[in-house]
Design a protein around this ligand. Structure first.
Ligand SMILES: *Cc1c(COP(=O)(O)O)cnc(C)c1O
Length: 406
């Protein structure tokens, strides 16, 4: 049995949507992107959603719009994918890394200690699809208002630090009865090939800005900015007689094409009713297979306040270190099961190490990383495959850690 880590979910519905787009005579940004934006807005209960070509470009777009500059600071967790930090750097600001909690997510106490008069945004990351402590984070930016130093019109209008959730993993997750997508000022989903909902490459920016912002107006500005700052998109311009346009911002070129939006539409049609539920089931099956193993530190997917999108099954192994964890992964691979590690904390990666970030300052991020293994979790997995993966993992851990079978 050969088990891939995260193949995309492509069924007949997806293929039909893509074919419809291909046959329509219009393949770049147009009606399919509009439809996808509306479907994501419905699912996430977000006032307005803009689709772009990646999470990374969506985050850059928002930070540009916020008007961050050199020396401005954006607080992010040390435990995340590199894109969270790179988006901040591409927008011209400085990522300030803070340590995490035992649930892999950013620690609110550490955020509070890291806030300065230069802090312009916080990017909490819903690792594995588990929502961060948003009430506490949203309260914190209110409490720290007096320290906030607005240096752009948007910042003056907001009057405090912007909270932009990195929800690359958490489409479909819930927090206190609300959906990921309306828990903060802005939420950005990734629609990359390995994520719960994909368009091959893509991102969705959910706008939930407070008064006096108009989310509709901000959407119109950002949409224009995402397409070279051009007043008419190519679809509108293609209508007979509608050729003249202007360029009103020095915009980016990060729009999503219709042919890719079609993939996401097909997937979203069965997400809440089927594929998300199946992810939950798989998560719980793994939990039950591992629940009798003393070495297993089971990941969380549900409590009174939070419900995960079950994007990753991040298993931790008591008493494992980097070396034994890597041996376990190699042994699992010998049985044709692909596993992974989410994530290498940023200070372990050359770019960030060279910028001066030191792993010693983020002990919890390291502790969570050194014994973590992500197991395959996606709707196409059969019960038989889940049983097989679990047995392979149990055998491999016992062998490497020299644990007896009884
Ligand atoms: C995948 C991912 C991103 C980047 O998404 P792209 O759409 O590839 O730009 C950002 N943050 C996290 C936590 C991710 O896992």
């Amino acid at each position: 049995m050969k088990i891939a880590f995260s193949p995309p979910f492509i069924n007949d519905l997806v293929k039909a949507e893509v074919n419809e787009s291909l046959d329509s005579g219009w393949i770049t940004t147009g009606p399919k992107v509009n439809q996808l934006e509306n479907m994501i807005a419905d699912l996430a209960k977000a006032p307005k959603v803009l689709c772009v070509n990646s999470w990374t470009s969506g985050a850059m777009l928002i930070l540009n719009w916020l008007g961050v500059q050199k020396d401005d600071e954006v607080i992010i967790p040390a435990y995340t994918y590199c894109a969270t930090a790179l988006a901040v750097m591409h927008a011209g600001a400085k990522p300030v890394l803070v340590d995490i909690n035992d649930d892999f997510n950013i620690s609110v106490k550490n955020i509070a200690n890291a806030i300065t008069s230069k802090t312009k945004a916080i990017i909490p990351v819903d690792i594995a699809g588990w929502p961060c402590d948003y009430d506490e984070i949203n309260n914190l930016v209110q409490q720290k208002k007096a320290l906030f130093n607005a240096t752009s019109d948007v910042q003056k209008k907001l009057g405090r630090i912007l909270v932009m959730a990195d929800a690359a993993h958490s489409i479909g997750a819930k927090y206190k009865g609300k959906e990921s997508g309306n828990l903060t000022d802005v939420t950005v989903f990734s629609l990359h090939a390995v994520k719960n909902i994909t368009t091959a490459e893509g991102g969705a920016v959910c706008l939930n800005l407070p008064e006096p912002f108009s989310n509709d107006e901000v959407y119109a500005t950002l949409r224009c900015y995402s397409l070279n700052g051009q007043t008419k998109d190519a679809f509108t311009k293609s209508q007979a007689g509608s050729w003249r346009y202007d360029i009103i911002y020095p915009g980016l070129k990060i729009n999503m094409p219709d042919v890719l939006a079609a993939i996401g539409i097909g997937q979203l049609k069965v997400y809440s009713s089927n594929t998300l539920i199946r992810r939950f089931e798989i998560f719980e099956k793994y939990n039950s297979y591992f629940s009798n193993e003393d070495w297993a530190l089971l990941p969380q997917h549900q409590n009174d306040d939070k419900s995960s999108s079950c994007h990753l099954y991040a298993l931790r192994i008591k008493n494992a270190n980097e070396n034994t964890r890597d041996k376990i992964i190699a042994l699992i691979a010998e049985h044709d099961v692909a596993s992974n590690v989410h994530f290498q904390p940023l200070p372990l990666l050359s770019v960030f190490k060279n910028m001066g970030y030191d792993m010693k300052n983020y002990p919890n991020a390291y502790a969570q990383y050194e014994n973590e293994i992500s197991l395959p979790i996606y709707p196409q997995l059969t019960d038989e495959q889940i049983a097989y993966i679990s047995q392979v993992v149990i055998d491999s851990v016992r062998k490497v850690l020299d644990i007896n079978n009884d």
